[in-house]
Design a protein around this ligand. Sequence first.
Ligand code: 5AD
Ligand code: SF4
Length: 443
Amino acid sequence: MSKFYIETFGCQMNAHDSEKVVGTMLAKGYTQVESPDDADFVLYNTCSIRDKAEQKVYHRLDTFKNGSGKGKRFGVLGCVAQQEGEAIFEKAPHVNLVVGSASYSKLPELLVQLENGAQRVTGLSLDADEAFETPLTRRDNPHKAYITIIEGCDKNCTYCVVPFTRGRERSRQSSSVMDEARQLVDLGYTEIMLLGQNVNSYRDPSSEGWDFATLLARIAEIPGLRRLRFTTSHPRDFVREIVDAISENPVICNFVHLPVQSGSNYVLERMDRLYTRERYMECISWMKASPRDIALSTDIIVGFPGETDRDFEQTMRLLGEVEYSSIFSFKYSPRPNTGALALEDHVPEEVKRQRLLALQEHQRQIQIRLNENLVGRLEEVFVDGFNQSTGQWIGKTSQFRTLNFTVPANTVPVSGSLAGQYRTVRVTRSGPNSLAGEMLLSA
Ligand code: 5AD
Ligand code: SF4
């Protein structure tokens, strides 16, 4: 039992949890392999936000049902594990380990139980009173790092499983966050992304009592840090001080993901989102007034129970007013235990499908227009890597736009890899989803 394989589904919180799980496994003497075929232990870190995400893990497990998984052990981690618990053993009897996202600190002892011959072990407590941190985290990217600042969620959005899968909100001590951020910068990381289900409700449990805006401003002051990002925000807890922090320190990227879900007050109320369209637009107006040219993105759910054509129209209009640089849009998916299951007036699948298409087309036109306006601009990019098939380098702007670029021909060739470096690029072309340009040599 020495080789493990892990596949991760879902959000950045899950991606970061997997980095912690990998670090824990490596420290216990396991080695990581790239294919489940080569593994003795196959782990899936799962997402249950929508039904489609949840079904993925069962599809994966099914492929090992008829004997092909013989000799292997299987673990289901994360949100599906927490939501389904021991029922996973019924659906997929070859699973040996089920661990929810609030119980990763128990992973080492659960592994010992398995090593000692246990066939089925679980870690499903939601009582964790602290965010799970481990010095063993094995980060995937040598230049960009995630830091969890708050876990869980105390909101009760009626469509959402997260309060059931990730438990109550708990913030990390600011000193521990600051120490980790400084260590990462010392190790050469230049971009940090602060993570939480709702980073805006961060509240330092120590006597310092920092709120999120203070934490953001303090981390941004760490010498050597070039870019600081955060996700995800909740409009109810989003305050003007966060925008002030962005305006005052260019290390904090001029990009904010602020999920609106719907442009209709009626739907927002049925979702129990705790804000109105007007309050949301007030947050947007603070950002539009910032000298930093803050780009915005959002999440939208179409076809929530009771959503009429007129409600949907209001969401369409909101997209036009805000002019997001990108959106994530979803058809409402009924989830276990959630309040919305009790709501009437479910929207037919075909209507949901049409609304999603219309929304995405509307947004595509907005993005085409916004990106066209960037042609000619000089942008600083953080280089992610090289795309062999297009011969372009891939970078991200501070506004989180993808900018693919070439190095001018007939000039001194760029030696070595640009990955992890910052370069200035002139934008020469634009599309709905990305920009293209040419690197300035002097930069
Ligand atoms: N159905 C569809 N979309 C959902 N989301 C959360 N729960 C559901 C659901 N039941 C979306 C929200 C959230 C994003 C992470 O996923 O838009 O912001
Ligand atoms: Fe999916 Fe939410 Fe769990 Fe992230 S926290 S993996 S989005 S269910």
